[in-house]
Design a protein. Sequence first.
Length: 127
Amino acid sequence: MIRRYSALLMLPLVALVATGCGQIEQAASDAADQAANAASEAVSQAASDLANAAVGEAVKQACAPIRDGNIGAEDKQLLGGLVSAADAAGVPDEITGPMSQIAESGDQVPAETVASMQKACDDYSAG
């Protein structure tokens, strides 16, 4: 009879241990999910930061030749070489459009195109 009561008394203990194991398993699973989400967010943020840095550097390179407003043959050649790279990097059209026009212009570079690109560069730098 004592054995029977002992066995009956053990049932709640076994149930408690089983419940505790389930809770521990759930907590471990939740912690793993949180760690995976945090890692994913960190990777995403790093990729975004890297892309923004690439765009910023491309804008810096594209805007440098037109800062003083005097565009020579070397500046036009440099801009022509940068157009496709700037497009690929995600440089705004407000910069790449005039940049392409300047690169393709003949002997006379349209002053309004230079002014448009200077403004776009200034706006980008300020923003």
